[in-house]
Design a protein around this ligand. Structure first.
Ligand SMILES: Nc1ncnc2c1ncn2[C@@H]1O[C@H](COP(=O)(O)OP(=O)(O)OP(=O)(O)O)[C@@H](O)[C@H]1O
Ligand SMILES: [Mg+2]
Length: 277
């Protein structure tokens, strides 16, 4: 059974602005899903529908078979862990330990079980050394890990991350991608993230939904979506840089290929085959 289902979902803000139009989406357990779209496409609005922060104007959303509605809200929020774009919107406790303990304590977890859960969340996100620090003394990248740990401590089925790499430096981006991939693989947690950074998508997604002006304009495997270059360019997105470079090299006659590599690893394999010995 699918983990998340959106059926004919529309969302209109109180000012009459309809920002999500007829969204249909199925997400399976343990998938890694990218919601790719330019500024204002509706990504953050969509994410707030996943855990009931906003309610669809029409249409239906289910998580693990439960309709997202008031009656199911606490169960939905245990299952859907939301990591906000700005960690300062998420962190409000006086130290990292309390930040992580907050969600599980609200679920009634205490004593040894709580201690073990905190230790697990600290270790999984590699932030044990910050346990007694105040979140507002941490850097942006460190705060992102604390936000992730506080959500992981609820043992959600799905992690929803709004532009997770937006405020990170290049090393921070690689570390977060590695961490999210291991959370997906080892803890079997579904990952849904939004971004307009096309370069990270092939490293972190199996499937992509491309959102523009509130509508899904493309969806499919990472390879399928990035083969629609014209549509992506029309909506102010582009190919990953390595694919763009290869496109130019093919055009200039340096390389022969019908496929564009999306990652440096794939490019390396292609270039090796094309190298004149
Ligand atoms: N509270 C609100 N009231 C009215 N319109 C809103 C509100 N919040 C967002 N919008 C509008 O909804 C549209 C989608 O916004 P949203 O924040 O979901 O986009 P986004 O894809 O997350 O963009 P970004 O990449 O810039 O974060 C935008 O046109 C925005 O102006
Ligand atoms: Mg946004």
């Amino acid at each position: 059974m699918e983990l998340i289902n959106l059926s004919n979902v529309n969302y209109t803000y109180v000012d009459g602005n309809t920002v999500l139009k007829n969204i249909n989406m199925n997400i399976n357990p343990q998938e890694r899903i990218a919601i790719l779209g330019p500024n204002g496409a509706g990504k953050s609005t969509l994410f707030q529908l996943f855990n009931g922060l906003l309610t669809p104007t029409s249409g239906n959303i289910t998580v693990d078979g439960m309709t997202v509605c008031k009656e199911n809200l606490s169960k939905i929020r245990q299952n859907v862990g939301m990591v906000f774009q700005d960690s300062d919107d998420q962190l409000f406790n006086s130290n990292v330990r309390q930040e992580i303990a907050y969600g599980p304590m609200n679920m009634g977890i205490k004593g040894k079980e709580l201690d073990e859960l905190i230790k697990w969340a600290l270790n999984s996100t590699k932030i044990s050394e910050y346990e007694n620090r105040s979140p507002n003394t941490l850097s942006g990248g460190e705060k992102k890990r604390v936000a992730l740990a506080s959500v992981l401590a609820m043992k959600p089925k799905v992690l929803v991350l709004d532009e997770p790499t937006a405020a990170l430096d290049p090393i921070g981006v690689s570390q977060l991608i590695k961490l999210l991939n291991s959370i997906n693989k080892d803890l079997k947690i579904t990952i849904i993230f939004s971004t307009h950074d096309v370069d990270i998508v092939p490293l972190l997604a199996d499937r992509i939904f491309v959102l523009n002006k509130g509508e899904i304009v493309l969806h499919g495997s990472t390879k399928e979506v990035f083969s629609n270059v014209d549509i992506l360019r029309k909506i102010n997105l582009r190919l990953p840089r390595v694919a763009h470079l290869t496109e130019i090299l093919i055009k200039d006659g340096f390389i022969k290929s019908n496929n564009l590599p999306l990652t440096i690893g794939q490019a390396r394999e292609l270039f090796k085959k094309n190298t004149i010995k």
